[in-house]
Design a protein around this ligand. Sequence first.
Ligand code: ADP
Ligand code: MG
Length: 452
Amino acid sequence: TWGRARAALRSSIGKNNFTTWIEPLEFVSYDDGVAEFHVKTLFQGDWVKRNFGDQIKQEICNQGAEVTRLNFSLAKDAMPRPQVSKPAKKVETAEIKRFSPDTKDELPGAPLDRRFTFDRFVVGKPNELAHAAARRVAEGGPVSFNPLFLYGGVGLGKTHLMHAIAWELSERSPELRVLYLSAEQFMYRFIQALRDRQMIDFKQLFRSVDVLMVDDVQFISGKDSTQDEFFHTFNALVDQGKQIIISADRAPGEIDGLEERIKSRLQWGLVVDLHPTDYELRLGILHQKVEQYREHYPNLEISNQVLEFLAHRISSNVRVLEGALNRLAALAALIGREITLEMVHDSLADILRASDKKVTVDEIMRKTCDYYNVRMSDLISPKRSRNIARPRQMAMYLAKHLTQRSYPEIGKRFGNRDHTTVIHAVRKIEELKAQDSQVAEDAELLRRMLEA
Ligand code: ADP
Ligand code: MG
């Protein structure tokens, strides 16, 4: 009876669900309306019961056996129940010991994440400069970059690098007074000091550190008195030759509502940006994370195929990528075997949908026109003057790199041009990017605007 019910289920719930959930069920017994199955993990049984219970009962009934209840129990040789609470989701934080020999006062910094070390930072093309600069500052080489200004979009590793610097410094020179905090916390402490009439203490404290790190400095844009205080702290420290490290989501010059004098001060040292991740970097990060999960789940298997799929499809920020992997790791642990691509599609449907926001050729054309201040009609016209041909080539280049469209498809959108014209345009921009920093910057800016 189960054999036939099983075959019927295969067509009623679909092949993927069937292979994932029904096939592994081991039919044990049928007794007085109760069908008993063995499962590998209790989670599997629970899932099957909730999602396919009614259909299973129905199909068994269709075969002529009356079933009122399904029972799922662990087979004797089943894997022990995994401990779901174990994955490294929990934020492990720790305070660096912040005592100086003479004053003994503890610095009011934010806790540092234990996992944010250089060891765990995967270096790729998009972040190699930022990484090298951070390392240099942490190792205190002969040339100092002061301030070091790190910027880049959300989830690209700014905070990770700053914590890594703090950890490294505290290990190499435990006597250093390292203060890490967010710009928000800086403002909060400042306001608190004003309110409690503790400004002298506040100033003294911030001027007594050896290394000051302020994360997400864009937060103080438009907050005038906080900016003022920040500026004075900044100057006092630089005058004493103390190291300052700042992060923001944009380049100093692009932070609206930030005083000019601060912008220019921030640009004194080294300004480096973290570029959006590329496929190789994402894949590298995923591989590293899987290794880390194995510390908790030695048996965790996530195939390369799945990792490649994730790296390909989730191109936004690393935090989202980590979230996706987290979920898969938990799922893999729960069901006790390797996850398939189908399961990835199911369990990450929301994340995949959100990162599906694909750039269109149309959008590329419009934004490129805005950027170079040319008309759309010019872009698709036969005109060949350079002030129009260059934006057109740029738009074609972007269309090729940011969408899945083929050369002929792209040519068509640009006033029915031949695919060889598109190929030529893409090569031309690639060439120019290498020679002309203006072109490289244009391409980068446009890409960011389009992918934002
Ligand atoms: P940001 O401060 O730029 O918004 P975070 O530093 O908080 O981003 O990084 C977001 C998450 O992605 C963190 O968990 C961080 O460890 C991880 N991450 C980002 N870049 C890397 C990288 N290159 N290697 C390993 N993990 C990374
Ligand atoms: Mg951050």
